[in-house]
Design a binder for this molecule. Structure first.
Ligand code: NAP
Ligand code: MG
Length: 506
């Protein structure tokens, strides 16, 4: 029922081409161009969306800069008022949850009920969590022991006790946020929550495949009372993202996406030395010891890779199993994979929806066939499912060697490789033998082994006897080539602030 209502409201909203949000106004692209966003379950167009280009990015950055000017309504707003706005926005997500979930399911393909809990409730909790931080951004008073630089004698001797030194933590300014298609609304919230908490302003560029919920979220942002120009939403392609990353009046880029584009953004940021946070790819190892609760470990391993169709930066895509448990784990995974029901995200029986695009489906199938041609075997899946929509069967690959492409590259789909091991040292070395370091997990009943392994794994998140458990209070981010900086938790606002030291002679 809720789904039908949500879908009806979504269809009403989709009845006309969707404009972009610049300076509080809903406008079409300066070029007049639009692009179609597709339903990946049917390959049919959902709606035309304004196609933002460099000129629109320019307009949006100018609006964000105006909103950040000293004395603007946003800059004059008290921290507690920002906090209230964040709470209002959280409530608006809940009030519109069925419509948002329907839009997301149409645009991205993921199951509607999973969007409600995994995307919308998590988004809501992030906004509440950050709302609690908005009025707790504090500097400090610093006792000094020396004044160091010789003071002109005619002004009289001054000692450390004659000074008051304190720090102010100020918003970094205009933030360009570039996000991917795997969690479209959630990523928009990941990026806008710290902006609103700290008093920055932003231009948000959603992924070309999934612009819809970011645009609907833009409407809710205005409804929540965020002043015009504070959040601008410019849907478009990579050139719009590049224009943002290159823009000399953008102070920081917050990016989530591929390591490859992360590198391009790093280069683009050099022009005005923008601050950067980068949440990039992963190839996360999941280590099962033979003394683990094997049924739980099998369920966790299946969840780690099949959740969100494997289109998940923290997906547990490399499974290492201690040899005595290997056969049982592989058999359990095959059974779980066979039971998953693929279909439209709008069908209540669906466990897994389609991949986001033809390109992504072909890429995933390409990784699977490269594995086969390098000598790996398919324990289950391995093919496209059906002939309409971008569905890929949940896949488990065995007889994998560490040097194979399917074992090294981020596949970003429901494809798991499984490798047996004999010693903890061997498992840890293999687990750490990736250029990525986003997440990892370990399964064992031995508490000492669990924590020792957690320490040894080089990743920003390590689960013990769990996978994907998450909360707005937990900082997340990458080691190695998985990125820079942390999102969420208390650390999640650090990169949106800069510290000013004020040194006052009394
Ligand atoms: P992507 O190219 O990194 O896209 C992420 C975002 O960056 C999108 O908004 C994209 O715009 C934008 N972008 C593209 N080129 C840009 C440029 N030169 N400068 C600035 N922004 C730019 O990711 P993808 O092509 O969609 O996916 C490719 C692979 O990346 C996946 O197979 C997966 O391995 C990985 N990936 C990882 C994550 C993650 O969370 N770690 C998320 C998504 C993808 P467009 O939408 O117009 O391209
Ligand atoms: Mg789409």
């Amino acid at each position: 029922m809720a789904l039908q209502e949500g879908l009806a409201r979504a269809r009403g909203w989709l009845a006309k081409p969707r404009p972009m949000l610049i300076g509080g106004e809903w406008v079409m692209a300066a070029s007049g161009e639009t692009f179609e966003t597709l339903d990946p379950a049917t390959e049919e167009s959902i709606v035309a969306v304004a196609k933002g280009g460099p000129e629109d990015v320019d307009r949006a950055v100018a609006a964000a800069r105006r909103a950040f000017e000293p004395g603007s309504p946003w800059r004059r707003m008290t921290p507690r008022s920002r906090s209230r706005i964040l709470r209002r926005l959280a409530d608006l997500l809940q009030e519109n949850r069925d419509e948002l979930a329907a839009l997301e399911s149409l645009d991205n393909g993921k199951p509607y009920t999973k969007i409600l809990s995994g995307d919308i409730d998590f988004s809501t909790n992030i906004l509440y969590y950050m709302a609690g931080l908005a009025d707790k951004i504090e500097g400090s008073v610093i006792p000094i022991s020396a004044t160091e630089v010789p003071w002109p004698a005619e002004l009289g001797a001054q000692g450390p006790a004659d000074y008051l030194v304190y720090t102010l933590r100020e918003p970094v300014g205009v933030v360009g946020s570039i996000i991917p298609w795997n969690f479209p609304l959630l990523m928009a919230v990941f990026k806008s929550a710290p902006v609103l908490t700290t008093g920055c302003t932003m231009v948000l560029k959603p992924a070309e495949q999934t612009p819809l919920t970011a645009l609907r979220f833009g409407e809710l942002i205005l409804e929540a009372g965020v002043p015009e120009g504070v959040v601008n939403v410019v849907p478009g392609f990579g050139d719009a993202g590049a224009a943002l990353a290159n823009h000399l009046d953008v102070d920081k880029i917050a990016f989530t996406g591929s390591t490859e584009v992360g590198r391009l953004i790093l280069k683009a940021a050099a022009g005005n030395l923008k601050r950067l946070t980068l949440e990039l790819g992963g190839k996360s190892p999941n280590v099962i010891f033979a003394d683990a609760d094997i049924d739980a470990a099998i369920a966790g391993a299946a969840h780690s890779i099949f959740f969100n169709h494997g289109e998940c930066c923290t997906a547990g895509s490399r499974l290492y199993v201690e040899r005595p448990a290997y056969e049982r784990v592989v058999a359990g995974l095959v059974e779980k994979a066979r039971r998953l029901k693929l279909g439209s995200g709008l069908d209540a029986a669906t466990d897994m929806g389609p991949m986001i695009s033809q390109e992504q489906m072909d890429r995933i199938l390409g990784f699977i066939s490269s594995g086969i041609s390098e000598g790996a075997n398919i324990a289950v899946g391995g093919k496209r499912f059906g002939d309409r929509g971008y569905f890929v069967e949940p896949t488990v690959i065995t007889d994998v060697r560490e040097e194979m492409t399917c074992q090294r590259e981020e596949i970003f789909g429901p494809v798991l490789t499984v490798v047996p091991f004999d010693t903890a040292e061997e498992a840890i070395a293999a687990a750490n033998g990736s250029r990525y370091g986003l997440a990892a997990a370990v399964w064992t009943r031995d508490i000492s082994k669990a924590h020792k392994t957690a320490r040894a794994l080089r990743a920003g998140t390590v689960w013990i006897n769990s996978y994907h458990a998450d909360d707005a209070s937990i900082p997340r981010g990458g080691y190695k080539e998985s990125g820079w900086g942390r999102e969420l938790g208390l650390e999640g606002i650090v990169d949106y602030l800069q510290t000013k030291a004020v040194i006052a002679q009394l």
